[in-house]
Each structure stands twice: as C-alpha cells, then as structure tokens.
Design a protein around this ligand. Structure first.
Ligand SMILES: NC(=O)c1ccc[n+]([C@@H]2O[C@H](COP(=O)([O-])OP(=O)(O)OC[C@H]3O[C@@H](n4cnc5c(N)ncnc54)[C@H](OP(=O)(O)O)[C@@H]3O)[C@@H](O)[C@H]2O)c1
Length: 271
C-alpha cells in the first residue's frame, strides 16, 4: 500500500525518534510542531511509551549508527535497527525509515539507484537492510549517505577539531560517496511525504572521496591543515565500507538535494 500525505503534514501529529541525533535535530526544524523523542524518552528497542498519544507520521531517525561497533556486537545493533524499527512499524502509522548507502557492496562505478540489488558488506549495513524490511511495504525507505550536521559526532566536526590540533590529517581517498547535509535531507523528506512510499535515494548532488571532503572542509573553514591521502587498508577499520556508494534516484519526481559543497557551507555557517 502506498501512503500519500498531502501538504498538511504541519498540522498532523508527527513524531521524530532519535531526536537527540544529528538528523533528528534537522527533522525537528523541517517539521515545525513535530514531537521529538530522544532515546531517554523512547528506547525504540522497547515498546512505545504509554503516553505516546495520537501519531499520524513517524520520522524514525533513531538507530545504532556505530558502524565499527556493530561488527563487535551485531546483536545489539540489530536490536535497535531491526527490532526497534519493528516496534515503530507496529504503531501502524505512516513511517519514514532512514537507511544507508552501506546496504550496497560498492563494486559499481556508476551511481546506485533504487532498483540496484543491495549486498551489505558490514554488520551495520545488514541490520539497516533488515530494518528496511521491518519498516514494511507501506513505509518511505530513505537511503542517504555520509550525513553531517551542526550537532553530534560527524566527519565535519571531527575534521574541524583535528584541523585545529594538527598540521596534517590522514584521510582515506579510495571511498567515493555523497556527503549529505542533514538540513538538506530533512527538507527533502518534507517533500517526500507528499510522494508515494517505497525506496527512495536521497543524497547530496555531486560526489567526492573522504580526503576530498576533508580538503573542502579545511578550505571552506579557513583551517590550515594538510590532508594526507591514505587507503582504506591503511586505516584498517573493523567494518568494510563500499569503495563507491554514490546514490541517485531513478524515480519520477524525486526530490533533488543541493550539491554537497553547498550543504557544507550551510553547515559550517551554523558551527
Ligand atoms: N550518519 C550517517 O552517515 C548516515 C548515513 C546514512 C544513513 N544514516 C541513517 O540516518 C539515521 C540518522 O542517523 P544520524 O546520523 O542522525 O545518527 P546519530 O546522530 O547517531 O543519531 C542516532 C540517534 O539514535 C539514538 N538511538 C540509538 N539507539 C537508540 C535506541 N535504542 N532508542 C532510541 N534512540 C536510539 C541515538 O542516541 P544516543 O546518542 O544516546 O546513542 C542518537 O540520538 C539513522 O537511521 C542512520 O542509520 C546515517
């Protein structure tokens, strides 16, 4: 079944899970009047709080997002990303679930579209893909990538901190994707809930490697720090990441997000 919510979402009872996260913060701005629930207010691995009240739409931004940590403890990651999504879906109301480019294996060299077959290479990616199924056929499944915002732990904030402390940072240059500003994604989600449900790829325009992104961050922020380009193998993180995970939509009327560099400028203006 496909849900179409008209342009009246502002007057409906919208709930944002994971409201303490970087995307949750942006969704609360894009959906004025929405009720944000932090992990303390609803640990989604448990049934909803008794005082949840009327809900017309859930923007489900709560997730286990520690990609490397999921390799060591996949069951805990699944309890949140799969079990938690099931608990949200059990409310039986329209739902936006946030998924990831890490559901793909990264072997393509042209952008991944909605009809491409997922093949996650990490425990995190597997839990997010199973979470897509738990969200159900009637949900909007929003696959996005490399999120950054003005709060929380993200690559932009980490680079700004390291750039102040060091003359040089080592950053991987063999993973290519679309760094997406949470403010732009939240705006696109507002547009999306007026469109049919199903899987949608919503990521920033343009693409780059993490090292190119780091150079742009230092450039835009006026930070004097060199970027030493290294390989994924040199970094040696526990979880495998796709070498290429540029996301584009093949669906009619898909919201188009600004270029990642514009998103970066908008984000830096708030940090
Ligand atoms: N970050 C990315 O690059 C990226 C890329 C693609 C897709 N996504 C997806 O986008 C969504 C939002 O990610 P984000 O970047 O905003 O992550 P985030 O900043 O880590 O926010 C996730 C939020 O979920 C909360 N949370 C964790 N476990 C929970 C639980 N059991 N019950 C309720 N809340 C819980 C976290 O709380 P604590 O802080 O207390 O743990 C945090 O506030 C996620 O679905 C993520 O998988 C992220």
């Amino acid at each position: 079944m496909e849900h179409v919510i008209a342009d009246s979402v502002g007057t409906r009872h919208v709930v944002v899970t994971g409201a303490g996260g970087q995307l949750g913060a942006a969704l609360l701005e894009a959906f004025p009047g929405a009720r944000g629930l932090t992990r303390a207010e609803w640990d989604v691995s448990l049934p909803p709080p008794a005082d949840l009240g009327e809900v017309d739409l859930v923007l489900h931004a709560a997730a286990w997002t520690n990609v490397d940590g999921a390799e060591a403890d996949p069951q805990s990651a699944a309890a949140v990303n799969v079990g938690g999504t099931q608990n949200v879906a059990d409310l039986g109301v329209p739902l936006v679930y946030f998924s990831t480019d890490y559901v793909f294996d990264g072997t393509k060299r042209t952008p991944y579209v909605e009809s491409d077959a997922p093949a996650p290479q990490s425990a995190y990616g597997r839990t997010k893909l199973h979470g897509e199924a738990a969200a159900g056929d009637g949900a909007w499944i929003v696959r996005s990538s490399w999120l950054f915002g003005w709060t929380g732990a993200n690559f932009v904030r980490t680079m700004l901190r390291l750039g102040e402390e060091r003359d040089e940072v080592a950053v991987v240059d063999d993973q290519r994707g679309c760094p997406t500003y949470v403010g732009d994604l939240a705006g696109a989600v507002h547009e999306l809930v007026g469109l049919p449900s199903g899987v949608w790829h919503l990521a920033a325009d343009g693409d780059c490697t993490w090292a190119e992104f780091a150079e742009a961050i230092f450039d835009e922020a006026g930070v004097d720090c060199r970027v030493r380009k290294i390989s994924t193998a040199e970094l040696g993180r526990p979880a495998a990441r796709p070498a290429y995970s540029v996301l584009r939509s093949e669906r009619l009327g898909a919201p188009v997000l600004p270029h990642w560099r514009d998103g970066l400028r908008a984000c830096l203006a708030r940090i």
